[in-house]
Design a protein around this ligand. Structure first.
Ligand SMILES: Nc1ncnc2c1ncn2[C@@H]1O[C@H](COP(=O)(O)OP(=O)(O)OP(=O)(O)O)[C@@H](O)[C@H]1O
Length: 223
């Protein structure tokens, strides 16, 4: 369970540029559910996703993941927490173009102290799940947009995370590849992952496996 209580995020606090990006957010996300964070550009979706992902700290309020409070985790603990529990899929893929697919996918495992054999085995499982195993030796630079997305999916899955966070995952995909991405989400759901997708793509609105759509407007949850 992810429990967010009275969460606020203020950028540039106490300066002329002060901006209240998230206002008194209260949400509970059940384990193994799929939730869509929906809202127009600038509404606060990425900010909320980044806080859930421990990439950003809230100004006030609490966020608990499986009863562990993560709002104020020191940076080293936050990066360990991410490495064990979370997988990220970003709109811009965030891959290393000059490395091959397999190396990109195995990167999150390196700080976790696995042996080379374990890294190879775990990477192979993720590459197969994301249907990109056949391109494992190809440089990311040479992949199509849909293939880059599948490589990013494999990287998000490689540590077998409980929670998968997706930020505008279909923004750079055509309709066919967006539909393929949605089928990947369906598979994650079958694997009992908790999935949170921040998006304004209407394609996510009527999916049978989505448990909840949370609307965000001007940093607030709309009922
Ligand atoms: N580091 C920052 N400093 C100042 N303001 C910021 C910062 N990050 C985000 N903001 C502001 O907070 C608001 C919410 O941004 P956020 O990226 O969360 O929106 P979003 O709903 O994800 O938008 P998009 O769909 O365009 O990605 C925006 O007005 C943005 O300009």
């Amino acid at each position: 369970m992810i429990k967010i209580t009275k969460l606020n995020k203020i950028f540039n606090e106490n300066t002329k540029k002060e901006f209240h990006a998230l206002k008194d957010i209260n949400i509970q996300i059940k384990t193994s559910s799929c939730v869509i964070l929906k809202g127009v550009s600038g509404s606060g979706k990425s900010t909320l996703l980044s806080i859930i992902g421990t990439l950003l700290k809230p100004t006030s309020g609490d966020i608990k993941i499986d009863d562990e409070s993560i709002a104020k985790l020191p940076d080293l603990h936050a990066s360990n927490f991410r490495a064990k529990k979370l997988g990220f899929i970003f709109q811009s893929y965030n891959l290393f173009n000059e490395l091959n697919v397999k190396d990109n996918v195995s990167i999150p495992l390196i700080p976790l102290g696995y042996s080379q054999k374990q890294i190879d085995d775990m990477s192979k499982i993720a590459l197969t799940l994301a249907n990109i195993e056949h391109k494992k030796d190809e440089l990311v630079y040479n992949l199509s947009g849909g293939e880059k997305q599948r490589c990013a999916i494999a990287r998000a899955l490689v540590n077998n995370p409980d929670i998968i966070l997706c930020d505008e995952p279909t923004a750079n995909l055509d309709h066919d590849n967006s539909m393929k991405f949605i089928e990947s989400l369906r598979e994650f759901k079958k694997l009992n992952k908790t999935i949170i997708v921040a998006t304004h793509d209407p394609i996510f609105e009527e999916l049978d496996f989505v448990d909840e759509i949370i609307n965000i407007k001007n940093g607030m949850i709309c009922e």
